[in-house]
Write a protein of this length. Structure first.
Length: 542
């Protein structure tokens, strides 16, 4: 082990100036990271983890005032020139952000974006550029990397976009890799692949890694040391084994104890069916040639039959790209599909947008990426009340504000913050805003697409309790799409396991979890519930 740390942060404090006031968000943080080691920063949303990481590469807002020392190979990065920082970013230090859709350029192909970081730092000749891009995409588990070169970010699933970001970050073999929730959007099998890949690269390159996450299970798998942050301060630090086996600080103890608890609602076939589909298909045509003839199809959803009953939850699990989200969007008639769909006993598969509009009040959706689904130009109040202005136009301004306040309070947010904007909230808080928007109309059916993926463990447990309480009081039916099987187990009455657009296993959730029949399902569960089941995790994702 090197005597001198690669990264040595000493008494780092960061404050933000706003309306003549200074708000302290990071308070005298100190830690060191040596080559070949992984340090995890954990804590709730808003604890200062990401701000601390951004300060290392000097990507803070102009209103930020950092003090202290950030020593990288002996250089104080708070004092070096901007030219020196530009040279270091992407070459010596690279970073993967939490939300890949906002980090990737929507107007450029995947090939161009991965190639850009290589050419910016002169790491490869033009003749070898495409081969290096393909090699990088292959390393992070992108299926058919050559065929994906011309794809744009919106054509990839959330997990695939995150893998592209990791490929970009590792392209130039950095000495320090900063990962800000890099596996948030990934299903458990691909998550295992990425963690295994990072460990392998770290060993071969002697790379240091700063890993920011709210998933304590990942910390156990990948980190050597851990710092627990609360309200901008490090409240406990040390080797992972010591912290997990004998936590001393009450906050650390609370984090370790926080996980979704309770049982899902029991199956009740007498409950009214809210929405159902039979032999549902979503096929995207593959066109080629001068005349753009259809030469094949991408079968995103291929013959799926399912239903959601009042007061019950249908869990949908599977790898990224398996068709989970496409199935949900098709059920809500947000994309075209073939096959009968009925909502409240009425066939809707032939409905046009105008015919669907009155039904939107009773069917709502929470998307995976809250930053992409919340308008940056609208305040939180305007976002949450948007559906009210269309579906409940009889409400006065004051009445709408009261509904917004109740929805925000129900999701654990301060109603007094309703006039702030999405960028002023952490990732977890933004997801709660999205949930508040969905429940404000008091719908009967809600599609939840990875609603807890961006939340820390304690807030995940709160959201699960909230969803269960709302379901019990209002008779809500949920379609819950997630890669977090612990959350699904706590919420789902019935379960669908999808792979390559098809259902590989289906049935009551308790039965599927207790005795999975398909090899794929068993490997998926092994990845989620057995930390050491790396072999099963990686083999199924190939």
């Amino acid at each position: 082990m090197s005597e001198r740390p690669l990264l040595d942060i000493r008494d780092l404090s960061i404050s933000f100036a706003s309306e003549g006031k200074e708000t302290l968000v990071v308070d005298r943080v100190s830690f060191a990271l040596r080559p070949g080691r992984t340090l995890a920063l954990v804590g709730e949303s808003g604890s200062g983890k990401s701000i601390t990481a951004l300060s290392i590469v000097r990507l803070l807002a102009p209103t930020a005032h950092p003090t202290g020392e950030i020593l990288f190979n002996g250089e104080d990065f708070l004092k070096v020139s901007e030219e020196r920082m530009r040279a270091a970013r992407g070459a010596e230090i690279s970073m993967v952000f939490q939300e890949p859709m906002t980090s990737l350029n929507p107007l450029q192909t995947i090939e161009k974006q991965v190639a850009e970081i290589l050419t910016q730092h002169g790491a490869v000749d033009k003749a070898d550029l495409r081969a290096r891009v393909i090699e990088g995409l292959t390393e992070v588990g992108i299926r058919d990397p050559k065929g994906r070169l011309g794809a744009y970010p919106h054509q990839l699933s959330g997990g695939q976009r995150q893998r592209v970001m990791i490929a970009m970050a590792l392209a130039n073999c950095p000495k320090l890799f900063i990962a800000d929730e890099p596996t948030t959007a990934l299903d458990v099998t691909v998550q295992a692949q990425i963690l295994s890949l990072l460990r392998d690269l770290q060993t071969r390159r002697n790379m240091a890694m700063l890993f920011i996450t709210h998933d304590l299970g990942i910390v156990r798998k990948i980190a050597d040391d851990v710092c627990v942050m609360q309200k901008g301060r490090i409240v406990e630090a040390g080797p992972v084994a010591d912290i997990f086996n004998a936590p001393k600080h009450p906050y650390t103890q609370a984090l370790l104890a926080a996980e979704p608890k309770g049982a899902p609602p029991k199956a009740d076939l007498t409950k009214k069916t809210l929405i159902e589909a039979k032999d549902l298909r979503v096929w995207f045509p593959i066109r080629a040639g001068f005349m753009r003839k259809t030469v094949g199809h991408i079968k995103a959803v291929d013959g799926v039959t399912c239903e959601v009953r009042e007061g019950q939850t249908l869990g949908v699990v599977g790898e990224s790209g398996s068709g989970k989200t496409t199935l949900g969007l098709a059920m809500l008639r947000l994309i075209r599909s073939d096959g009968p769909i009925a909502f409240l006993g009425q066939r809707i598969d032939g409905f046009k947008a105008k015919e669907m509009r009155p039904l939107r009040r009773d069917m709502q959706v929470v998307f995976q990426d809250p930053y992409g689904s919340l308008s940056p130009r609208l305040s939180v109040a305007e976002i949450v009340e948007e559906g009210l202005t269309v579906q409940k136009s009889e409400l006065t301004y004051r009445q709408r504000r009261e509904v917004v306040a109740r929805a925000l309070a129900d999701t654990g947010l301060d109603p007094a913050a309703m006039d702030r904007y999405p960028h002023e909230f952490s990732g977890g808080q933004r997801q709660r805003i999205a949930i508040a928007r969905a429940i404000a109309l008091e719908p009967k059916f809600v599609l939840l697409d990875e609603p807890t993926s961006a939340l820390d463990m304690s807030v995940q447990a709160q959201i699960v309790d909230l969803l269960r309480d709302l379901q019990r009081r209002r008779g809500l039916g949920y379609m819950f799409i997630s890669h977090d099987l612990k959350v699904v187990k706590a919420l789902a009455t019935d379960l669908i396991v999808m792979r390559h657009g098809q259902v590989v296993e289906q049935g009551p959730s308790a039965e599927v979890f207790a005795a999975p029949k398909s090899e794929y399902t068993r490997a998926l569960f092994a990845a989620a519930f057995r930390i050491e089941a790396v072999g099963a995790e990686t083999s199924v994702a190939q």
